[in-house]
Design a protein around this ligand. Structure first.
Ligand code: NAP
Length: 476
């Protein structure tokens, strides 16, 4: 008797949360088609993690094993919501898991934010990581002073990349174009602005430690900005003496005592400062200064310590502004996006409509589910929780009840919408090519940064495989 094929689940987004969801699904006996808008997998591991953090990227080896599972297929270069719609997905799969992350930047909402020279961190980070949709961007690093807004790890990544010595840059997998621009930068000073105090900063201690060890860079902290107001003192006491906040404060205090070294570049960590306006040059086109307000801290109705701007302002000239103040999910036709939080509306991973009723067969994982928080590993348990909800719904007959479309039918449908999608073998050809290009230079890889280059490499690998098999075929 023919065996019933397993339910087929679509996972949209091949970043960490998509891979962890795929892994949990195949372990439960499901078949998974994993889609990504790029020909290359791994999402933020490839396009977000800083190039000088190769250890963090080694998690890709775990994802490679998931991709090698016989029940998993990869369709790269497939833009969900464009060639392939949500309704079409729902017709063909038992369930759809959205793992699309939060690719849009949160806005400051201040005058001058869109002046040339003011950029969201998403653009800068994706540019230096060679993301094909951002490789064309231009960053003018010809000035002296950059301002980075935000007090999270993305702000620290950006600040560090702006001052990284050329010899370090040239050992990384940052894009060649970005390395050349960063190496030629004349920036001497990077100010990182936190709207709240040191106790509320969102940096991790290892990232802060790393900043303090950079060659040729002074980390400068004003001891006056480390003085704790009563709210911060209470918060710190509640966290305890060994908490991350206490360790951060101790480290910042140590930085504040370091003497400056003449000739070094400076990263200034400022607290209780919010940009209230970006000012343009005389032509009103390029950013030339930032007006910041001094903030005081107070508790809101929920007891959360929040920043309140005062009327004390300060104007400082600057040549570049990078806004690293969080991310939001990209709206997709038909998907319930919560405008307040910027994530897909969900209850424990089940997508819900405005009425809080669950949408049949639609789930979410990762940053699109909980917002941009946590480290890569956080997505593992997060995905497991969503997959548990999905399996529970399947068991209780809460899904659409139709059999999933056959694998060949899905493939033919994708081919109609996206004639040149990329399978896992295509990615492996790109991966081999990038690594081989990096090896003689002592770099992990030299990234291909355009779809045309990727197509060319894949086509060449296919042609080589055909000619090899013709050469090796026995003569008849
Ligand atoms: P984040 O940790 O949430 O930090 C966002 C920062 O932006 C906060 O300091 C926040 O301040 C500030 N902010 C928000 N709105 C603002 C406004 N209007 N004006 C001024 N400041 C504002 O987010 P992230 O840095 O984007 O990082 C996202 C996640 O990725 C985090 O979990 C992070 O740890 C992780 N990540 C990890 C690494 C690593 O492990 N090496 C590297 C990069 C990212 P408030 O606190 O006052 O809201």
């Amino acid at each position: 008797m023919a065996q019933t094929p397993p339910p087929r689940i679509a996972v949209i987004g091949a970043g960490p949360s998509g891979f962890y969801a795929t892994d949990h699904l195949v372990r439960a006996g499901m078949a998974v088609d994993l889609f990504d808008c790029l020909p290359t997998p791994y999402g933020l591991v490839r396009a977000g993690v800083a190039p000088d953090h190769p250890k963090i990227k080694s998690v890709a080896r775990v994802f490679e094993r998931t991709a090698a599972h016989p029940a998993v297929r990869f369709f790269g270069g497939v833009e969900f919501g464009e060639a392939i719609t949500r309704a079409e997905m729902l017709e063909r799969f038992t369930a759809v898991v959205y793992a699309m992350g939060t690719e849009l930047d949160a806005r400051l909402g201040i005058p001058g934010e869109d002046l040339s020279g003011s950029h969201p961190a998403t653009h800068f980070v994706c540019w230096y990581n060679g993301h094909p949709a951002h490789a064309h961007r231009r960053f003018d690093l010809g000035g002296a002073h950059a301002v980075v807004v935000g007090n999270g790890n993305v702000a620290l990544d950006v600040a560090r990349m702006l001052v990284l010595p050329e010899k370090t840059l040239r050992t990384t997998d940052a894009s060649d174009q970005a390395i050349d621009v960063l190496a030629a930068s004349s920036l001497r000073r990077v100010s990182v602005l936190g709207r709240r105090g040191p106790v509320q900063s969102a940096f991790s201690t290892p990232e802060l430690l790393e900043l303090g060890r950079l060659d040729g860079v002074d980390v400068v902290v004003d001891p006056a900005e480390l003085r704790l107001d009563p709210h911060s003192a209470r918060e710190l006491a509640a966290h305890g003496a060994n908490s991350p906040a206490a360790r951060r404060l101790a480290l910042l205090t140590e930085f504040s005592r370091r003497p400056a070294s003449p000739g070094n570049r400076r990263i200034e960590l400022r607290f209780l400062r919010s940009p209230v306006e970006l000012l343009g040059d005389p032509a009103g086109e390029r950013v030339s200064a930032v007006r910041t307000a001094h903030n005081v801290l107070e508790a809101d109705l929920d007891g959360r310590v929040v920043a309140r701007p005062t009327h004390r302002h300060e104007v400082q000239s600057c040549d570049l502004v990078i806004r690293a103040v969080g991310y939001r999910a990209r709206p997709v036709e038909g998907l319930p996006l919560d405008p307040r939080t910027g994530v897909l509306r969900n209850v424990a991973g089940r997508l819900v409509g405005r009425d809080s009723v669950a949408l049949t067969g639609e789930y979410v994982v990762g940053w699109a589910k909980r917002g941009p928080s946590g480290v890569i590993g956080t997505n593992k348990s997060d995905a497991e929780n969503t997959v548990t909800a999905l399996l529970d719904d399947l068991r209780r007959g809460r899904l659409n009840g139709r059999p999933s479309a056959a694998p060949d039918e899905v493939r033919a449908w994708i081919r109609r919408g996206v004639p040149a999608s990329f399978g896992w073998d295509a990615w492996l050809s790109i991966d081999r090519h990038e690594r081989a290009s990096g090896e003689p230079l002592g770099r992990p890889r030299v990234k291909l940064t355009s779809l045309a280059q990727m197509h060319a490499v894949v086509d060449r690998a296919r042609a080589d495989a055909v000619s090899d098999s013709a050469r090796l075929a026995p003569r008849t």
